[in-house]
Design a protein around this ligand. Structure first.
Ligand SMILES: [Zn+2]
Ligand SMILES: [Zn+2]
Length: 307
C-alpha cells in the first residue's frame, strides 16, 4: 500500500481519516497535531519552564522527545521529573529508560522517591496493607502530590503529563459511568485555583496510544512494554476494551468523546462552581490546599504509619 500523499510505502493506515501514511508523512502529521494541541490550549508560552513527568514508559518518553523538538521553534526550558515509587524489578528498570532518554536529549533530570518523601516504598505499603488493597489508589494521591511539589520546587510554570487520547477518552467514560461529575469537571484542570498547584498540561491528549507506540519506534525512542506489577484497573481495562471495539467499528470515536468533553467542560465547571461548595482550606499538617482540615495525602500517610 502506498502513502496517500506520496509514492512511498505506507507504514500505517488511519481509519478515522481513511489515509495511508509513509514514515515521513506519519511523523509530519503527528508533529503537526502535537503542536496544534499546544497552540489550541495555549499550553506553553515562550520562555516558560516546563516540568515533564517522565515515568520511562512510551507516552512520557515520546512527550519528552516531542517537547525537546518543539524547542527548535519555540524557546522554553525543560526539566524532567521521575517519581520512584519503589517497586522492585519494575521501577528501577523504567527509571533507567527515563535517565537514558533525558541524557540523549541533554535534559536536566530529577528523581523523587516515595521512600524519601513519604517514608516508605510502594512495596512496603503493599506489605503493610495486604494484597486486598488497590495499590493504584495510593499512587493516585501520592504521585500527584510528589509531582506537583517537585515541579514547584524546581520553579516550573507548568507540569506536562503524558496522558494520551485513549487515557482521556477512558477517563471521561469512567467518570460518567461512575456518576462522578466533579471528577469529570476537573479532569483537565482543578476547579479551584491556588498558587501551590502547578498547572498541568497534556500535549499528547489528541494522540492515539497506538500512534504513540509507532512514533516511538520510527524515531528510535527505546520503549519498555513492561507494565506496573501492581496495575489492577479492572474497570479501566473493561472500558478500554469496549472503546477499542467501538473505535474499530466506528473509527474516530475516541476523538469524538474527547471533543464532546471539551464542548461540555465549560458549562459543567460553571454549573458546579455556581454551587459554591469549593471552599479552599489548607491542611493543618502539610499546609497544602485541601478540601478538609487534614488533606487526603496526610490522612493516608498517617494511616499507613499507624499499621
Ligand atoms: Zn508519504
Ligand atoms: Zn496534608
Amino acid at each position: 500500500m502506498f502513502c496517500s500523499h506520496c509514492k512511498q510505502d505506507a507504514i500505517i493506515y488511519l481509519p478515522y481519516s481513511k489515509t495511508h501514511l509513509c514514515e515521513k508523512h506519519f511523523k509530519e502529521m503527528f508533529d503537526k497535531r502535537f503542536r496544534a494541541t499546544i497552540r489550541e490550549f495555549g499550553m506553553i508560552k515562550k520562555g516558560e519552564r516546563i516540568a515533564i513527568g517522565v515515568s520511562g514508559g512510551k507516552d512520557s518518553c515520546v512527550l519528552l522527545y516531542s517537547l525537546a523538538k518543539l524547542r527548535e521553534v519555540l524557546p522554553f526550558e525543560i526539566v524532567a521529573i521521575t517519581i520512584n515509587e519503589g517497586i522492585e524489578g519494575y521501577r528501577n528498570k523504567t527509571l533507567e529508560f527515563a535517565k537514558q532518554e533525558c541524557e540523549k536529549l541533554g535534559i536536566e533530570h530529577h528523581t523523587f522517591s516515595y521512600k524519601k518523601e513519604v517514608g516508605m516504598t510502594l512495596d512496603e505499603i503493599m506489605k503493610k496493607k495486604g494484597t486486598e488493597e488497590i495499590p493504584c489508589s495510593y499512587c493516585g494521591v501520592m504521585r500527584r502530590r510528589l509531582l506537583n511539589n517537585a515541579a514547584r520546587d524546581l520553579n516550573a510554570d507548568k507540569l506536562a503529563l503524558g496522558h494520551n487520547l485513549d487515557d482521556i477518552a477512558q477517563t471521561v467514560f469512567m467518570n460518567i459511568m461512575r456518576n462522578e461529575p466533579l471528577r469529570l469537571a476537573r479532569l483537565n484542570e482543578p476547579l479551584v485555583e491556588d498558587d501551590k498547584f502547578v498547572p498541568r498540561i497534556r500535549p499528547l491528549m489528541r494522540a492515539p496510544e497506538k500512534e504513540i507506540a509507532i512514533y516511538a519506534l520510527v524515531n528510535g525512542i527505546e520503549i519498555d512494554f513492561q507494565e506496573c506489577p501492581y496495575a489492577k484497573h479492572a474497570f479501566r481495562a473493561h472500558i478500554r476494551e469496549q472503546l477499542n471495539e467501538t473505535e474499530e467499528k466506528y473509527p474516530g470515536t475516541k476523538f469524538k468523546i474527547v471533543n464532546s468533553f471539551f464542548a461540555i467542560e465549560k458549562a459543567l465547571r460553571k454549573g458546579l462552581q455556581g454551587e459554591e461548595k469549593f471552599e479552599m482550606k489548607y491542611c493543618k499538617q502539610c499546609k497544602e490546599p485541601s478540601a478538609n482540615d487534614v488533606c487526603v495525602f496526610c490522612g493516608m500517610v498517617e494511616q499507613l504509619q499507624a499499621i
